[in-house]
Design a protein around this ligand. Sequence first.
Ligand SMILES: NC(=O)c1ccc[n+]([C@@H]2O[C@H](COP(=O)([O-])OP(=O)(O)OC[C@H]3O[C@@H](n4cnc5c(N)ncnc54)[C@H](OP(=O)(O)O)[C@@H]3O)[C@@H](O)[C@H]2O)c1
Length: 285
Amino acid sequence: MTERDQTTGENTAAARRTMTRTTMTRTTMTRTTALVTGATAGIGHEFATQLAARGHDLVLVARDTARLEETAGRLRAAYGIGVEVLAADLSDRAQTEVVAARLAEVHRPVDLLINNAGFGLNARFLDVDVAAEEESLDVMCRAVLVLTHAAARAMVSRGSGRIINISSVASFIAASPYSAAKAWVTVFTESLAHQLAGTGVSATVVCPGFVRTEFHQRAEMDTRSLPKPLWLSASDVVREALADAERGVVVSIPSRRYRAVVMLLRVLPRAVARDPRVVSRHRRT
Ligand SMILES: NC(=O)c1ccc[n+]([C@@H]2O[C@H](COP(=O)([O-])OP(=O)(O)OC[C@H]3O[C@@H](n4cnc5c(N)ncnc54)[C@H](OP(=O)(O)O)[C@@H]3O)[C@@H](O)[C@H]2O)c1
């Protein structure tokens, strides 16, 4: 090797060492960002908290601005992460578009999308104003579709990302328009996972049973008769959901007891999913 070559070789090695250091520093310093809808209460708030504890920066979406700011302030102070607040009513197409635009941003990538916002209606289909049913479809289906589309396109172009959609065990029974909406979320996410195979982006649908949150209280549902073993904590649900998503599980059903319930529902005749003894328990909540 000539002196010039040696020098070049040394320089190249030095450059390589510097590059490796720079890359490592950059990798260590790179903070991933998660966008969570319905992040101010219940399951969404728990996702935000557990992701903050893991060092993710956050974009929090919900309608109540004061509550969003309060949640953001608490998470910044507790975990030293960056938190953006995006107030949006996901039943409104234009406001949903603002969240979609945030997901599509090239220079501030969102690495993890959690479509969680949702609500229940405590009334039989014919007794409720159809506008309320439309609103629930807008939040739990249309917004999920629009936000997933924006996020998935951006993530696929970067070759990495994760989408988690919150459905329900109710998606496996025929209890109400709510269970039909959640069935859409489950099947949509399964089909998405198939389409995303090999892109570096994953999709997971989470199907919890009864979870102690504000959900039932907001819908004025009386849950006093529900046996204790049917209840899950939001922290357990989110811990299992994140672990499943990391392992590339497509349909995540938190807890052994609800996995057993779903397994049974899948093998029993479909009429069981419509049986009033199965369905009414869900409607009462
Ligand atoms: N709790 C259960 O037993 C259970 C079981 C299975 C599945 N799930 C599903 O889990 C998800 C979360 O429910 P949760 O139990 O955590 O409910 P929750 O405690 O009532 O929290 C709902 C969250 O969604 C937000 N939200 C509601 N409507 C919205 C809208 N139009 N636009 C934007 N944000 C909206 C709320 O904030 P703002 O009011 O400020 O907008 C709140 O942050 C839902 O999709 C639900 O269907 C719940």
